[in-house]
Every structure is written in C-alpha cells, then in structure tokens.
Design a protein around this ligand. Structure first.
Ligand SMILES: Cc1cc2nc3c(=O)[nH]c(=O)nc-3n(C[C@H](O)[C@H](O)[C@H](O)COP(=O)(O)O)c2cc1C
Length: 334
C-alpha cells in the first residue's frame, strides 16, 4: 500500500544554489564516482557529492585525487568533498575546488577510518570544534563557493555534540550541515539517532540534511519527521539508484513505482559500466565495477552465483555477459 504523502516538505538552498527537492546522494568513497552520480541524478537525486579527497594531495595536484573530482557539466548542484585538519591546506583545496567548477565544497567531519582520523581529519575534528571552525573559516575566506560540513552525531556516546558542533560550524560560515546520526565509535553499527538529528535541525538556522539508514519510504518518512530540510542517502542507494524516484513519488503523493525488473537493472548496470570505463579505463573500471555490480545483485534470488562472477570481472565483455545472464533470469535457477 502506498503511504499517504507527508505534510512536511524537503528543499533548501546552499548559497545561491537551490536544491529544490531536498534529496541528496551521500558521498561514498569507492562508489560515488561521476558515473554512479549520473545514474542517481537520472532517478531524481537533487544534490550529489564526490568521494572524499585529501586536501593535502589536492595541494600538489595529485592526479588520482583530481580524477576523483571529475564533474559532469549537467550535474547541478554538485559538491566536492575534501578532508584534512590543516586550515591552510583546506583553504587551498577549497580554492582549487572552485576552479574546477563545483558549486559547493564540503568538509568531511565524519570519516571514522583511522588512516584519516590519525591525521586529525574526518570525525577526529568532532573532538576539536575550535580547530574545525578555523578550518571552515579559512575555507570560506579562500573561495566564493559555499562551504558545507558533513558531521556525525559525535565521537562516542558520552560526547554526542552534534547540535553545538553544527552551531559552531554555522558561526564559522558553513552554509549547510549534513548529520549522520551515528557516533564515530559506532562506525556503521547500531542505528542513526534521529532525535539528535532533530536537535541539530532546531539548533541552527542553516539547512540541515539528515543522514543515516534511509533505505525505503518508511525510513525516509522517519527522517523527514526530524524537521530536516534535506535527506542524504548512502547505502540505501547502492545498487538501487531508483530509490530517489520512489521517495520523490511518495513525497509528491504519487504512486510509488516498483523496483525495476532484471532487464532494466541489467541495462542500468551496463550504463554504469560504460560510464566507469570511460572515467577510469577498462582495467581499473572493471575492478571498481566488481563491487558496484555486487550491489546491484543484492537481495535477488540466486544472486550468490552471479556475485562470484562479479569478483572475476576483467573486461567490459565480462560485464556484458553477466548483465545478459542477469537479465535472462539465469540467477533465478541457482
Ligand atoms: C562505502 C562507504 C564509503 C563512504 N565514504 C564516505 C566519504 O567519502 N565521505 C563521507 O562524508 N561519508 C562517507 N561515507 C558515509 C556515508 O556518506 C553516510 O554518512 C553513511 O553511510 C550513513 O548513511 P546511510 O545509512 O544512508 O548509508 C561512506 C559510507 C560508505 C558505506
């Protein structure tokens, strides 16, 4: 049964950039490359963000980092996400992002990975609100591109400081904040704290984008009820870019389309494979596609057999073969 459409509405602006429908694709390293973002846009994602990029590496024009900042001319608005903890390096990175034509530069204050937090970046900045504020202020001073911040609930259960932290980011010049309702200690376990996201939405005057565990209409509804201006969807959209279209239909009070069948999924998979190959070449592209393809198969009957094939993808022809098997329902027979 289709849920009644909500009274609450989504939509916000980041500086001059209107994110009319309020649905964002959350940044995900290894996943939200330009090709995947294009697929999500096609299904109605209103705001997309690159994978995170090191501000220090950008400073010396590291080619791998620049490759992560490929931007589609039609992507609007699109944010580039940077991480780091040095105000000077972040300021330079923000200026670089502006020259690359991005509409928003987002500071990562959520990544839990020790490689990032060890250098003081990502979620480690949650413990250093004044340093984080200096980072944001330096970025704001270095560019006319609006600066946003993506945070977590806090470092751990004893230190859930997201409301105060978001306020400090607002004072430093951030024009929106995305909150993943988990602590750094939780990483991806447990559930996102929606009450805390609601507190953040009350604490600041800038748009708050709620994030964590939105994977269906029901969970989108719960997030919407926190009073946020936008919703960022991460894992729920992996292998399921059509989730944006389904949530949009529900928001508009229209019938929610069913998940596409195998033939449509197979053709979307090939479209993604083409895009990833164009971006990274066939060798690297197929390695990236191993994981992305597995996401497309998740939850389907007999997907295990095809998943083993995902891990062996070497060339585009392998992907075509897999898509054909998928489309013809070969996976069902396992
Ligand atoms: C594989 C993966 C990579 C991620 N990479 C990033 C990243 O580069 N930058 C970032 O801010 N968050 C990153 N995240 C966190 C997501 O943006 C999001 O905050 C988190 O997954 C919770 O949202 P969800 O429940 O909708 O997935 C990543 C998450 C996953 C699963």
């Amino acid at each position: 049964m289709t849920e009644a459409s909500p009274d609450l509405e989504l939509g916000f602006s980041v500086g001059p950039h209107l994110v009319a429908g309020g649905l964002a694709l959350a940044p995900m390293a290894g996943n939200t490359n330009l090709a995947y973002r294009r697929l999500c846009r096609k299904f109605g994602a209103d705001l997309t963000t690159t994978e995170m990029v090191s501000s220090v590496a950008l400073g010396f024009d590291d080619q791998k980092s620049l490759a992560l900042l490929e931007r589609g001319a039609e992507e609007y608005p699109v944010a580039a996400q940077v991480f780091g903890a040095d105000p000077e390096a972040l300021a330079q990175a923000a200026a670089k992002v502006e020259t690359l034509g991005f509409h928003i530069v987002d500071l990562n204050v959520g990544c839990p990975v020790p490689k990032i937090t060890g250098g003081g970046g990502g979620s480690a900045l949650l413990k250093e609100p004044e340093l984080a504020a200096r980072c944001v202020a330096a970025m704001v001073a270095a560019t006319s591109t609006p600066v946003t911040v993506k945070i977590r609930a806090g470092w751990d259960d004893e230190n859930k400081n997201a409301p105060e932290f978001a306020k400090r980011m607002e004072e430093a010049g951030a024009q929106a904040v995305t909150v993943h309702g988990r602590t750094r200690e939780q990483r991806y376990s447990g559930v996102a704290d929606l009450n805390l996201i609601a507190e953040v939405a009350k604490a600041v005057h800038i748009p708050v984008i709620g994030n964590g565990d939105v994977e269906c209409i029901e969970s989108a509804k719960r997030m919407l009820e926190t009073g946020v201006s936008g919703i960022a969807i991460g894992r729920g959209a992996l292998g399921r870019p059509w989730l944006f279209q389904q949530i949009r239909a529900w928001l508009n009070g229209e019938a929610v389309p069913n998940d596409p069948g195998p033939a449509t999924r197979a053709s979307l998979l090939l479209e993604l494979g083409c895009g990833v190959t164009e971006l990274y070449g066939e060798f690297r592209g197929m390695r990236i596609m191993r994981r992305l393809t597995a996401d497309f198969l998740k939850g389907l009957p007999g997907a295990a057999k095809l998943r083993a094939r995902c891990n062996r993808l070497q060339c585009f022809a392998d992907l075509e073969g897999l898509a054909a098997a998928y489309s013809s329902g070969e996976s069902e027979g396992v």
